[in-house]
Design a protein around this ligand. Sequence first.
Ligand code: OGA
Ligand code: MN
Length: 296
Amino acid sequence: MSLTFRKLHPVFVGEASPIELRAVHDEETLAKIRAGMDEFAVLVFRNQSVADAEQLAFAQRLDGQLHQGTGSRVITKNRLGNEALADISNLGQDGEIMQADDRRRQYGLGNRLWHTDASFRDPAGRYSMLHAKVVPPVSADTEFADMRAAYDSLPAETKALIEGLRTHHSIAHSRQILGFEFSQHEQEQLKGAIHPLVRTIPRSGRRSLYLASHQSHIVDWPIPEGRLLLRDLTEHATQRENVYCHEWRVGDLVIWDNRATMHRARPFDDSKYRRELRRVTTLDIPEPALVAAAGS
Ligand code: OGA
Ligand code: MN
């Protein structure tokens, strides 16, 4: 198949030539998409008509196992009835726009902070695939930042300083930044996870900064020093030249590599306009092909 990608931003993001993802089953095309992910870190597929079951099945063909309820499971029941299908919408259980003080809305506002999906879990998220069903007539964009470019452009001293550091990520931390409160019982289910601050992406071999607003501290560092360094790194990583802004069209399916990017939702009048997207995220566990290659 003649699948090609056109670069949408100077450092990352590719837009795919016309293709119907729900019909992609052949290994050759799946391998082309994975290679595209290695190169561009974010891929945009236009005009995708995919039912929920097709989105779930495609994600598994492309990258294996799926995350179940990346975070919101602790505070609410999934409106779509399947924990693997994240409800990225401003709609409540009744399908109507949520009230401003709705707890699920308050929780979802955390997506407006720079983050990478499921970094507070182990395994974390590898690929996220977000499909747009309903988009507002006003801007309600998602921004992406290239964390490989961010790493590459760090001064040598900073690279040396952060080599080998580990950080603790917790969804409770990013929500508390916005004043969201968890009950004692919820808090107990949200212990978080520890991951390296610098990652090497298998296959491409590129290094990336693994940052997220979920990060509460650097392991073995005093809390203030760790948070200050993480803030500086985030400021560096999200400079405008590293950022692509995706303006959603209905039918867009965007896949991003959570190891190589951060993203955030941009604000819009969510009391007035419906916005409905669905996300599936794969587990960042070693890919069978890479395990086999390492062992041979
Ligand atoms: C997500 C997310 C941002 C948005 O789906 O993981 O962060 O713009 N979405 O809805
Ligand atoms: Mn997200």
